[in-house]
Design a protein around this ligand. Structure first.
Ligand SMILES: *[C@@H]1O[C@H](CO)[C@@H](O)[C@H](O)[C@H]1NC(C)=O
Ligand SMILES: *[C@@H]1O[C@H](CO)[C@@H](O)[C@H](O)[C@H]1NC(C)=O
Ligand SMILES: *[C@@H]1O[C@H](CO)[C@@H](O)[C@H](O)[C@H]1NC(C)=O
Ligand SMILES: *[C@@H]1O[C@H](CO)[C@@H](O)[C@H](O)[C@H]1NC(C)=O
Ligand SMILES: *[C@@H]1O[C@H](CO)[C@@H](O)[C@H](O)[C@H]1NC(C)=O
Ligand SMILES: *[C@@H]1O[C@H](CO)[C@@H](O)[C@H](O)[C@H]1NC(C)=O
Ligand SMILES: *[C@@H]1O[C@H](CO)[C@@H](O)[C@H](O)[C@H]1NC(C)=O
Ligand SMILES: CC(=O)N[C@H]1CO[C@H](CO)[C@@H](O)[C@@H]1O
Length: 857
């Protein structure tokens, strides 16, 4: 080996070490968790002084006393269903981050009433919720409609440190009657969380770190933290949100008929919300009412995204688009990693490799494609770089421990500093950078990465910030660590609107963020981070996104094909087939992975990927409607089966299937050489599951073998649903805009079905500002299909028409139809039967604005 080769090799090795896990992730025993996990040992006991308890319009107030300190307690209630326990030791403590995470739309319910006072407890009631506050030992029992569903501090393990040991807070909560625990993403874990209190296991850790090629089936921390936990069972469900942005560990214990959790945070506030349900769906909706729902995305964001780390030049980007078109593969965007920038300076373009960004965007726009460019929160320390100059001059960077000097660490550009999003001026400055003037980027949406934040070569701090760094106003980083990425994506989202001046002139932003916290759904989609090209990463992507969806963040996907490594052809195809059924659908690969855009593959592979893309695009009217409905009621876009069928004991652990809305059940194939899958079909004998691609009717009889080949994964429509589709294969979402709709009517055992459809202009805020949209309901009953407006006062006159109706399992034969009371002539519509018994009516051209009825005669 010559010297240059050795140099190159050692450089490569150095880079690998530099970027990928230098450090092993900290165990509980290496952090504050070690001492707190032992509570109550070595901690003072608190008791509630019942004489201090007062009930006022604000809630129930009282004092918790111990040998060493007194704490104030307030129990309040929002929207009749959410109970909040706030414990604090200083009256004017700021709840800094939770203030912006929690929506102000939830109303305080004022009507606590004292029901009963004894020498050991006080019982208060508010609507159908009652709380028994016990003095000594202190605990609170919460009941809904007289049924005990949660106990706060059942083991007397409350911790509120104020002294020299630290500033940790901790609480245990138990849930009588619950059978499973879900939530607290992000972990590479099954939907149902495991007991962590046996076998020397570690608690689930919530601490945003850049954990590439993470361990699967693990409690290790990943990129995001959403401290909401659902205790679920076939009888009722309860949720708790531990509103704390510091490093947090959660011990889970699953008993046969009870779930217990112990939340431990390194610092921050004791601020606990209990969502009383009583169903899982209600709990999830209640959580959505306090941290928000995702805004309606642009239609394109639901299409297929092609990324690679990174496309290096302008012609390369154009080439990718051309190849997709040439090979008839649908595509909506091309993604750029940091290499598009001028020497790793965000908000600039490399003058040689991307000499004409505006021209490139225009060229992409011409074929209805978008560019998505990365903007990370670290900025190159280079004098003369306008962002760095301004950030330095105006003190926009995060500071060191002393609060005086800008903190300097390693990012992609080498020495970097980080924007302090806690500083309003810094945040506003960052937002302003998206202006078309600074960042010549109009047809561009944004990818935020490295925002855990990642600091390279900082192994003592797990390659992120030291908790001692200072934000504006003396805020200690440790207290707000898990919300750093949240704040970047919030600022990015607002910056992308501001570049147009106002919502009136804006198109809806699309932001993807790697780091996330509770409430991130209001600004960004997420993905499962730097995964790997192997079957088990494909398998875990399903429960990971289902968990995130329950935790409020529906817009989730995994890098199709795996970020690092090389998928073989079979895995590659299966990943496209599965990825087409997660909300965010993007192929992405690492810098050192060989190119793998679908057009590079053999005809056979390509045609299966094409079919997966076509299936995705055909169902976009349904996906878009689900995202719309999510904005209204907080229902996740994808759901585990137990969400819709909570009383089925056997469904509690099913997390390898995806319910898309409540009407489509998808069974991804995640094992190699699979010829048969064992699907769990819910709903009992009376529920029909219709294999739409192969015209086979199943019933909801639980575990059911379904044969598969390489071409397809099972996609089942629930009997009773009406699914709107646009079946014509097209190069992009925009190209489908005026394509005709087909309604797939899948009857239930009573020959009835219902569904909905949301339509607007796909990209602007006119739906919100001027009610320019259609939200329609469809109902099939008594051999008659009717449409009606769900939102009477909304109008949109540019919608495509319904050309075709397909009834999948008609009972009685129909030979003609009557439309809006008038018999149709033969040449106007065609009524035909397929060999498989489906009934189709084509040539209809129904205007969506006008309600219609179609009788099948
Ligand atoms: C809620 O209100 C507080 C105080 O007015 C404000 O700082 C915060 O941004 C609001 N939160 C949201 C999500 O609007
Ligand atoms: C809160 O109360 C106001 C006024 O009573 C009402 O208009 C609003 O709908 C309530 N919001 C929620 C989330 O219940
Ligand atoms: C409890 O009361 C709230 C508000 O009145 C209601 O929405 C909820 O359905 C009730 N829960 C039960 C189990 O009755
Ligand atoms: C930032 O600083 C540069 C000089 O480096 C200046 O030209 C530019 O106008 C400044 N922009 C803002 C928004 O402060
Ligand atoms: C794309 O092109 C259309 C039609 O020319 C134009 O109206 C639109 O503003 C362009 N969009 C962008 C983001 O450049
Ligand atoms: C819609 O359907 C009608 C009738 O079948 C057909 O003539 C028309 O070309 C279709 N429109 C599109 C955009 O495919
Ligand atoms: C069902 O439809 C038939 C004819 O279309 C009508 O005579 C009958 O009244 C309908 N029944 C109901 C329950 O609506
Ligand atoms: C050639 C080159 O500089 N490629 C880099 C593009 O950016 C990624 C980081 O996102 C690096 O890993 C590549 O080495």
């Amino acid at each position: 080996m010559d010297f240059v080769k050795i140099l190159k090799l050692s450089l490569l090795l150095y880079c690998l070490l530099f970027i990928i896990n230098v450090n092993s992730w900290k165990k509980c025993s290496e952090t504050f968790c070690k001492r707190v996990r032992n509570s109550p040992a070595n901690y003072p006991r608190y008791y509630l002084d019942l004489d201090t308890v007062v009930v006022s319009s604000k809630g129930v107030d009282g004092y918790l006393l111990s040998d060493s300190q007194n704490l104030h307690l307030r129990l309040s209630m929002y929207s009749q269903t959410i109970v909040n326990l706030f414990v604090y030791n200083r009256p004017n403590m700021r709840r800094h981050t939770s203030e912006e995470v929690l929506l102000n739309s939830t109303n305080v319910s004022e009507s606590w009433k004292i029901l009963k006072v004894t020498s050991s407890s006080i019982t208060v009631e508010n609507g159908n919720i009652s709380a028994v506050l016990f003095g000594k030992p202190f605990k609170i029992e919460l009941s809904i409609n007289g049924k005990l569903t949660s106990i706060i501090n059942p083991q007397d393990r409350l911790v509120v440190e104020t002294g020299s040991q630290g500033r940790a807070v901790a609480i245990d909560v138990s849930f009588p009657g619950a059978q499973r625990a879900f939530g607290i993403p992000q972990h590479a874990e099954n939907l149902a969380l495991r007991t962590t209190t046996i076998d020397n296991r570690d608690p689930y850790r919530l601490y945003n770190v850049d954990n590439g090629r993470y361990n699967l089936g693990s409690t290790e921390a990943l990129y995001g933290s959403v401290p909401v936990l659902y205790a679920h069972g076939i009888k009722h469900s309860t949720g708790v949100f531990w509103s704390n942005t510091a490093q947090t560990w959660v011990d889970i214990t699953i008993f046969p008929n009870q779930v217990s959790a112990f939340f431990m945070s390194e610092s921050g506030f004791f601020d606990l919300f209990v969502y009383t349900g009583p169903t899982l769906a209600q709990v999830v909706q209640q959580y959505a009412s306090s941290t928000g729902t995702a805004p309606l995305p642009q239609y394109f964001a639901l299409g297929y995204h092609q990324s690679r780390n990174s496309y290096m030049t302008q012609p390369e980007v154009v080439e990718v688009v051309e190849q997709f078109d040439k090979n008839e593969l649908s595509l909506d965007s091309v993604w750029l990693g940091i290499n598009y920038t001028d020497n790793k300076k965000y908000f600039t373009w490399d003058p040689i490799r991307f000499p004409d960004p505006i021209g490139l965007q225009r060229q992409l726009n011409y074929t209805n494609r978008k560019l998505i460019a990365i903007i990370d929160p670290h900025f190159k320390r280079e004098t003369g770089y306008f962002v760095h100059d301004n950030a330095t001059r105006n003190k926009y960077y995060i500071k060191d421990y002393y609060g005086s000097n800008d903190y300097v660490g390693k990012g992609w550009p080498g020495d970097s500093s980080w924007i302090d999003f806690k500083n309003d001026n810094a945040r506003n400055y960052y937002k302003s950078l998206f202006s078309i003037y600074y960042f010549r980027a109009k047809n561009v949406h944004i990818w935020n990465e490295m925002n855990e934040p990642t600091v390279f070569n900082n192994p003592n701090y797990e390659n992120t910030f030291n908790g001692d760094l200072r934000h504006v106003a003396g805020i200690i980083h440790r207290d707000v660590h898990n919300a750093y990425g949240y704040e970047q994506s919030m600022s990015t989202f607002q910056g992308l609107i501001d570049r147009y001046g106002s919502e009136e002139d804006a198109v809806r932003p699309f932001v993807l963020s790697r780091s996330h916290y509770a409430g991130s759904q209001r600004f960004a989609a997420i993905w499962t981070g730097d995964n790997y090209a192997s079957w088990d990463y494909l398998e875990f992507s399903i429960p990971m996104c289902l968990t995130s969806a329950l935790a409020g963040i529906s817009f989730c996907g995994a890098d199709v094909g795996g970020f690092a490594g090389i998928p073989d052809d079979e895995l590659y195809q299966r990943w496209y087939q599965a990825g087409a059924w997660l909300p965010f659908f993007r192929g992405n690969s690492a810098a050192d992975a060989p190119r793998r855009e679908p057009y590079l593959y053999s005809e056979g592979v390509k045609s299966r990927v094409r079919a997966a893309l076509n299936e995705r695009y055909a169902h976009l009217p349904y996906w878009y409607t689900l995202f719309w409905e999510h904005t209204r009621n907080g229902d996740p876009v994808i759901r585990p089966i137990t969400y819709q069928y909570p009383d089925e004991e056997d469904a509690l652990d099913v997390d390898n299937q995806i319910l898309v809305g409540n009407s489509i059940l998808v069974i991804p194939v995640t094992q190699k050489r699979t010829s048969i899958v064992s699907a769990y079909l819910p709903g009992s004998e009376s529920e029909i599951w219709y294999d739409v691609n192969r015209h086979i009717i199943y019933h909801g009889l639980g575990l059911t073998p379904i044969y598969v080949n390489l071409d397809l994964i099972p996609v089942l429509y629930r009997g009773g649903s009406i699914i709107p589709r646009k079946d014509k294969p097209r190069p992009s979402t925009a190209a489908t805009k005026y394509d005709n709709y087909t309604l797939y009517v899948c009857l239930d055992i009573n020959d009835e079905a219902a569904g909905s459809l949301y339509v607007d202009d796909y990209e602007t805020y006119r739906y919100k500002l001027r009610k320019e949209y259609l939200y329609l309901g469809f109902q099939y009953k008594n051999n008659t299909l009717t449409s009606y407006k769900i939102d009477e006062d909304a109008n949109y006159n540019d919608a495509a028409q319904i050309e075709k109706i397909i009834v999948l399992n008609p009972s009685a034969p129909a030979i003609s139809i009557r439309l809006n009371g008038a018999d149709q002539k033969k040449d106007e519509t065609k009524v035909t039967y397929g060999e498989d018994g489906t009934l189709s009516v084509s040539n209809l051209l129904l205007n969506l604005q006008k309600p219609f009825t179609i009788e099948f005669l």
